[in-house]
Design a binder for this molecule. Structure first.
Ligand SMILES: Cc1ncc(COP(=O)(O)O)c(C=O)c1O
Length: 487
């Protein structure tokens, strides 16, 4: 409670003015029960009056049970003081602002496109094939706890202070090596740590497009990336997909036809189709974009999963001394999405610009989170977790594929592994099928969520990472029954 604004006058005794000031604060909710008052000595000093005057004011209020002095602790407003308040004479109507009318197009559009708000919500009684977030049962919590305590004791209070916009340096160094192991040269390149892929991609769109610019991507593609591009006013053009990935001839035609700012691709375990583009096609995509001078943003979000094959070289690895490929990685699927940590590796100038953008957005990604992650990675826990994940997801993936073949009548099944399957439906709109399945307590992601045109209307994505083997069989058989009925 402030006494600086108590201007004393000659008209009333001073102790009365002090009492009125405190009573006014109680009457108008400027204090709460148990608010502490300054000591009589302090207040006398602030107001430039004798201590006895303040003591008199406090004693009078205490006699009225409005304040209470607790020995050795100070003087406090009582709860009773609030019961004694006079009823407000003239109650103003509540202040209501129409925030909806004040919201800008960005916010309104973001809400309109928000699939969490607009699609069927998850509930316990559903078999849900909606999610592709990792199975938390596979996390190594003990190692995580150890990493937290160890990093905190090594770094001490430093790690709780502001850090570098580019990220936690040991993690950046680790990632340079990690990328080198993937075959991506760090020459003339830098790394910036981001709050997951999502922030990294949004920063790329913010920094390298203007509203009205053309951007190319696979169709269908990651819904969040689509939303980000649309919300920034970018004109998004889709390259159709086949079972081996995007159609390169069509991509080339579009590159010739439009002034494209960049192309966004997910070469491994593409979301939503699960397709892994082969090496020859990767080379073609790279060569074609290079020829047309159109940079590539490569999303490597789950390329480590690798069920059947050995490591497939990222497109960024073809760009040994060039600077046309920007690689965005994420620990959301292979480790913990809740940490929100990803990274961008690219040309030094790109990273320098993004460093400034990052500083404007949120200064830097949480240092303690980066520190824990670094420690976790150092301990080889990633490799151990990857082994558990590969085994568990592979089992679910192969089982789900068998179930789709057995129970459904698919037009096509896409997916080379990963956390999901993409199923084409014969003549049945996915939305209609979803409605029927929801009545039987099964849900999935309809293909239109990922698509730029009608091509996803007769397709669905089955997320497999959060369902058990039993749920997979039961859920897919229900989808199959509903499909039969609608055919
Ligand atoms: C294609 C794709 N990229 C990246 C991500 C990860 O995003 P983030 O790192 O922001 O959690 C996802 C998550 O679903 C995704 O589907």
């Amino acid at each position: 409670m402030l006494f600086h604004d108590l201007i004393l006058n000659q008209e009333k005794p001073i102790y009365e003015q002090i009492m009125e000031h405190i009573q006014y604060a109680i009457q108008n909710n400027l204090v709460t029960p148990d608010s502490k008052l300054p000591s009589t000595r302090e207040l006398a000093h602030v107001l430039g009056v004798s201590r006895n005057t303040v003591i008199q004011a406090y004693e009078n209020l205490e006699a009225e049970n409005m304040i209470q002095t607790k020995k050795g602790r100070g003087t406090f407003i009582t709860g009773n003081a609030f019961l004694q308040r006079k009823p407000e004479i003239q109650k103003e109507p509540d202040w209501r602002v129409d925030w909806n009318s004040k919201a800008n197009t960005y916010a309104l559009q973001a809400e309109k496109m928000d699939i969490i708000k607009n699609e069927i919500p998850w509930s316990k009684d559903l078999i849900s094939f909606k999610s592709i977030s990792p199975d938390g049962e596979l996390f190594d919590l003990e190692e995580f706890k150890r990493s937290f305590l160890y990093r905190l004791s090594v770094e001490g209070n430093k790690i709780l202070n502001y850090g570098y916009a580019r990220g936690y340096l040991p993690l950046i160094e680790y990632l340079k090596e990690y990328m080198a192991e993937k075959g991506v040269s760090g020459e003339q390149k830098d790394i910036l740590i981001t709050n997951g892929f999502t922030e990294g991609f949004e920063m790329m769109v913010e920094a390298f497009t203007n509203p009205g610019d053309y951007v190319l991507c696979e169709n269908p593609t990651h819904n969040t990336a689509l939303r980000i591009m649309h919300l920034h006013g970018v004109k998004v053009i889709g390259v159709p997909m086949g079972k081996d990935g995007l159609n390169v001839d069509e991509m080339e035609r579009l590159l010739q036809r439009y002034p494209i700012r960049f192309i966004y691709v997910i070469p491994s375990y593409h979301n939503p189709t699960g397709i892994v583009i082969g090496e020859k096609k990767r080379t073609k995509i790279y060569e074609c974009c290079r020829f047309h001078g159109v940079p590539i943003i490569e999303d490597g979000f789950t390329e480590e999963l690798l069920y059947g094959s050995s490591h497939v070289m990222p497109i960024a690895s073809f760009d040994r001394v060039g600077n046309g490929v920007i690689y965005i990685g994420s620990f959301s699927k292979i480790l913990f999405p809740g940490l929100r940590i990803g990274w961008i590796m690219g040309d030094k100038r790109v990273i320098s610009l993004l460093e400034s953008v990052k500083r404007c957005k949120n200064i830097h990604t949480s240092s303690i989170d980066q520190g824990i992650l670094y420690e976790y990675l150092q301990s080889n826990a990633l490799e151990r977790q990857m082994k558990r994940m590969r085994k568990s997801y592979k089992e679910r993936f192969e089982w789900a594929k068998d179930c789709v073949e057995e129970y459904m009548d698919p037009d096509y099944i896409w997916g080379d592994g990963g956390l999901h399957l993409y199923v084409g439906l014969k003549k049945v709109p996915a939305r209609k099928l979803l409605k029927a399945c929801y009545e039987k307590k099964v849900i999935f992601m309809p293909g239109d969520v990922f698509s730029l045109d009608q091509s996803g209307d007769q397709a669905l994505r089955l997320g497999l990472s959060r369902v058990t083997i039993e749920e997979i069989a039961k859920g897919i058989s229900i989808i199959g029954e509903c499909q039969q009925k609608l055919l």
